[in-house]
Design a protein around this ligand. Sequence first.
Ligand SMILES: NC(=O)c1ccc[n+]([C@@H]2O[C@H](COP(=O)([O-])OP(=O)(O)OC[C@H]3O[C@@H](n4cnc5c(N)ncnc54)[C@H](OP(=O)(O)O)[C@@H]3O)[C@@H](O)[C@H]2O)c1
Length: 370
Amino acid sequence: MWNGAIPDDFPLGQVPDPVARLLCRDSLLAMGLSKPNPPVACVIETTQGQYFSGGTEPVGGRHAEIVALDAYDASGCQDPFQLYVTLEPCSRQGRTGPCSQRLKKYRQLKKIVFFHRDPTQRSLEDLSALCPVERVDLSSFFLQGFLRRVSRHRPRLFFKVACSKDGFIAPLPPRRSPISGREAGAFVQLLRSRMGAVVVGGRTIQIDQPQLNYRIPPSFDLPRYSPLEGESIFLQSMFEYARLLCEQDVSFLQPLRIGCLNPSRPPAPDFIRRQKSLPGPFLTFDSSRPPLEFLSYLSELACNDVLLEGGAGLFRWLEDSPEKGDVIILLQSKEVRMGSGLKLPSLFQAESYPVCCDLGQDLLFFREIS
Ligand SMILES: NC(=O)c1ccc[n+]([C@@H]2O[C@H](COP(=O)([O-])OP(=O)(O)OC[C@H]3O[C@@H](n4cnc5c(N)ncnc54)[C@H](OP(=O)(O)O)[C@@H]3O)[C@@H](O)[C@H]2O)c1
């Protein structure tokens, strides 16, 4: 289990430990649910050591600052406080009104600390007339997809594949062949719930007929966090708060399901019928078009983070697309051997992964492209 230490990729030092933990928790809980808005987290720390926190609600709901301020008000607390927020407070009239206007009502507000500027803000409200405002220039993992989408018109990509102990992703000739254990399966479900879209290639659709939607894993399948090497704030949070993730409303957490395929080889009628029975659309993208167009398309669909689940053809098509900050996840079986088959795509063949953890029958390797 997580020993409570906050790893290096979180701005500890400038942020007290309890605040950092709450920011991680509420960022993760908002990720996937806040789309198209950023998964922002906000924590109020009072001078008496009380904490009130919140994350962005589903579209039309409250911003993180408002959730935290509502909790502060509801408690009856009047103590002076410092406010930490992962993205600078908004100053424009959105569906929920500008957060800066609300903040101006609190004479108890002594300081605002934020991590990221919001590239979508046209007129920056000068909150420093109200209280000291400090920008901590360190990144929050959870906001990177949103920031990438609004500034570069492409989402953050999570490339994920499962392979056998001897490094194959499927038998040849290709056929459906389960590789991962139950805990890895549960982890992938939770990962899907944090994504704007889940993408697979045409042949995977033909062979595996995947559902691609998010299904809450049974509680006995919840993975335990057992790092063998390295640390990642994202993985720590995923395991630590798995139960809370499972309790969230599934209807807000369904990623778009997308097949990248050759239009002359459409999916089988059975697959289409099954997809139509699931909530939300199944979309297709012509894999003869340039991958850059696909990334813009995902951005237009307001996807902040996108999970690419293979197969080899899809990864080959996208092999020039990974950028700094994109994530590679390899689930390697400790038990299943194939002897021969489709080889692990080159994208996943790193000499080493900085983070590795134990997932029961599998090992989870994780790296962010630097
Ligand atoms: N281990 C894992 O994590 C994992 C994940 C996903 C898939 N897989 C396995 O990987 C295999 C599929 O991977 P892949 O590299 O062959 O394909 P893929 O990446 O799923 O699909 C990519 C391309 O395959 C081409 N294709 C070739 N034959 C096709 C057919 N009969 N029907 C539809 N499309 C076809 C299509 O383009 P063109 O027609 O233009 O060539 C399509 O755009 C399956 O065995 C699947 O089980 C494993």
